[in-house]
Write a protein that binds this ligand. Structure first.
Ligand code: WAQ
Ligand code: MG
Length: 642
């Protein structure tokens, strides 16, 4: 406690309305201020009294009194915590919990007293042992007055009612009252359902819902221990002692209750180094990009053949744009099917050497649509544990039973097929695994599917344009003549455009066109996109040297990393450098980014916990010097972030 050097004034406003001759309280507020701030705050409080949710005032009382020197005590604001509840019933249970925590007896009786407080202007002063109400005027209750928070001279008048800031001042004053051991408060404002409980022990505990929205039933109970002080002393303190509360912090911008669950999940992600943000690239996607205004070496793209900005790509897209404009205007089955889409599907079927093909807007849409169309609740799907998320989601969508087999383990696959007999089964695998870069053991896979009469599906997202001497994919890589039932793939990676596809028999494609919901209920991709994809396939056919270059780069880069002491190997442009810990992977990637090398850190849930990694992916157009430099930077960054 210290003396306030400056003359202060109490400014009080009280607004009411008369109905049938009886006065009804609408609102009241007070401030403790130096002289020069009185006019400004008086104006703000008048405005507040005249504009209140509870109605129009017809009587307004503004009173200003000088506070005698030495009459003011200074206290620190109670610490604040917020308890979020779903319903006001839960909120009232929080009140009971608070009473138990503070060792207050007669909890059910005290809770029932809350019903008696509405329509009071002041608070109930309740003896927690005898349950006697100690206020001399039971209708009005006891009012805590003569208090404010400490205001710096810069503070401007706030005419909007700040429930929280005033409540923390009142609660703090009340908690310093002799004999008072706790408080329960519910606002009487119909549109304010947050209330609080407080005690010296638990501080100021906000409870987000304490009554139904729209209810004017509010009130306060000051919980009083009659063995500790006399009620007269308490009332004198509450009504007359001037108190200034220091250190009232503004509430952190609080979320509406319905959004708090979202925020909690995000905070958990942040704590575990799993929160995602995006970088923005300001150039074409090539080996060199401009990112955050800097030129960088990119080793994280799926554009393995660097076709996205190929001159022919740009030219054909410009022509298509001139012909069609952009949008397709409808689903393929209504008005969205254009000659560009038909041409693309012919090109895919020819590239994959199948009877027919069907295009989807993205690879994700293709997998979810194909898997869920081919299977139903009576099916069993056998799926590699490292299959792409879109396959997993397709399995979920199908309602089929999904049996996961160990990664690329054909013995485990066959064992699981024997253990889970099904007349209606599908076996599905990535051809090249997106985060590990390894290749499906295709011949055994096809043997097993054939032997057990199961539908077979292979996802060629990362093998199309990559595997095989001319980039035709996993069948070419293994010189395999047999076809799986479904060759799924994407047009967004080596092909340099966008979209997904299914290639296979005419029967399969007719079936998918009729059954695949992700196809039926999507607006067709833009004819410009379709043109781009067809162009990408054409370039792959015409420039097979790109595939040679890509394979040369894979060998060079793996050699360079091994020379730097890392244990890596890959036959595909996806080269995982396993780091283990998510925080370390993020730190290494951040350091590399600073040094001008853009590589993504891949974390859970994209990869299993504890296998966070740098996922290097190469392009055909990375130079030998690029590769050597990047390998050095990576080895160095790993050493510096042990
Ligand atoms: N002294 C004693 N009791 C009072 C006083 C006072 N100065 N002012 C109001 N009351 C009693 C009266 O019965 C009211 O009906 C009841 O309390 C509620 O008052 O952290 O707005 O001014 O966001 O409506 C809680 C803020 C706001 C929670 C409480 O109370 C938060 C509020 P109101
Ligand atoms: Mg109120």
């Amino acid at each position: 406690m210290k003396e306030d050097p400056k003359q202060l004034y109490s400014l009080k406003m009280r607004a009411s309305a008369h109905v049938d001759g009886a006065e009804h309280h609408i609102s009241g507020a007070e401030r403790i201020l130096p002289k020069e701030q009185l006019p400004e705050f008086a104006k703000a409080l008048v405005s507040r009294g005249l504009n209140h949710a509870k109605g129009d005032a017809d009587f307004l009382n503004v009173k200003i009194e000088a506070i005698p020197a030495g009459d003011i005590i200074h206290v620190d604001a109670l610490p604040v915590e917020t308890v979020t509840v779903e319903t006001f019933q839960d909120g009232l249970r929080e009140v009971e919990r608070f009473l138990r925590e503070n060792g207050i007896p007669h909890i059910p009786q005290i809770m029932r007293k809350l019903d008696e407080t509405s329509a009071m202007r002041g608070a109930m002063l309740l003896d927690i042992h005898t349950l006697q109400r100690l206020e001399p005027n039971l209708e009005r209750g006891v009012r805590a007055t003569c208090m404010d928070c400490e205001r710096s001279s810069k503070t401007v008048a706030d005419d909007a009612k700040n429930h929280y800031a005033e409540a923390i001042v009142l609660a703090t004053k009340v908690m310093n009252c002799p004999g008072v051991v706790g408080e329960i408060c519910i606002s009487d404002d119909p549109d304010y359902v947050t209330g609080y409980v407080s005690s010296r022990r638990t501080g100021y505990r906000r409870i987000t819902k304490m009554k139904p929205l729209g209810s004017e039933a509010g009130g306060r109970i000051f919980l009083f221990d009659g063995n500790a002080a006399s009620p007269e002393d308490a009332i004198r303190y509450l009504e007359h002692q001037c108190v200034i509360v220091h250190g009232v912090q503004p509430l952190p911008e609080s979320r509406p209750c319905r959004l708090e669950r979202l925020e909690k999940k995000l905070s958990a992600l942040k704590e575990n180094h799993l929160f995602r943000t995006m970088r923005t690239i300001e150039s074409a996607e090539g080996p060199r990009i401009v990112c955050d205004g800097r030129s960088m070496l990119l080793m994280a793209s799926n554009s393995y053949l660097d076709l996205t900005a190929h001159p022919l790509m740009k030219q054909r897209c410009a022509e298509a744009l001139a012909k069609y404009g952009f949008g397709s205007g409808g689903s393929r089955l209504t008005t969205g099917n254009m000659d560009a889409h038909d041409a693309l599907e012919r090109a895919i079927a020819s590239f994959k050497k199948t009877e027919a093909a069907l295009v989807f807007n993205t690879g994700y849409a293709a997998n979810t649509a194909i898997v869920s169309a081919l299977t139903d609740a009576d099916s069993v799907i056998f799926s590699d544990e490292l299959n792409h998320a879109s396959i997993i989601d397709g399995c979920r969508l199908s309602r089929a039973r999904t049996v996961i087999y160990r990664h690329n383990d054909m013995e485990d696959l066959e064992r699981k097929i024997r253990e889970n007999p099904s007349r209606n089964g599908l076996v599905v695998s990535d051809a090249v695994f997106s985060m590990d870069g390894d290749i499906l053991r295709l011949p055994e896979f096809l043997d097993i599917c054939q032997k057990h009469e199961l539908l077979s599906m292979i996802d060629e997202a990362h093998s199309t344009g990559v595997l095989g001497d001319t980039g035709h994919g996993i069948l070419e890589h293994f010189h395999e003549k047999r076809q799986p039932d479904v060759l799924m793939g994407t047009l967004s990676k080596a092909v340099g455009a966008e979209g997904g596809f299914a290639a296979g028999s005419q029967l399969l494609i007719d079936f998918l066109r009729n059954m695949a919901r992700g196809f039926i209920f999507s607006t067709a991709m833009s004819p410009v996109t379709a043109t781009a994809a067809a162009t990408g396939l054409e370039i792959i056919e015409n420039e097979p040297e790109r595939i040679n270059q890509l394979h040369r780069n894979i060998r060079l880069f793996c050699d360079a990393l091994r020379q730097g002491g890392l244990d890596v190997s890959s036959e595909t442009p996806i080269i995982p450098v396993i780091v283990g810990d998510a925080a370390r992977a993020t730190a290494v990637a951040a350091q590399l980014f600073e040094e001008g090398l853009y590589i993504s850190a891949i974390r859970y849930p994209t990869v299993p916990q504890g296998t966070a990694r740098l996922r290097v992916s190469l392009m055909a157009t990375h130079s030998e010097a690029d590769l050597q430099w990047a390998a050095n930077r990576i080895c160095n960054a790993l050493r510096q972030n042990p």
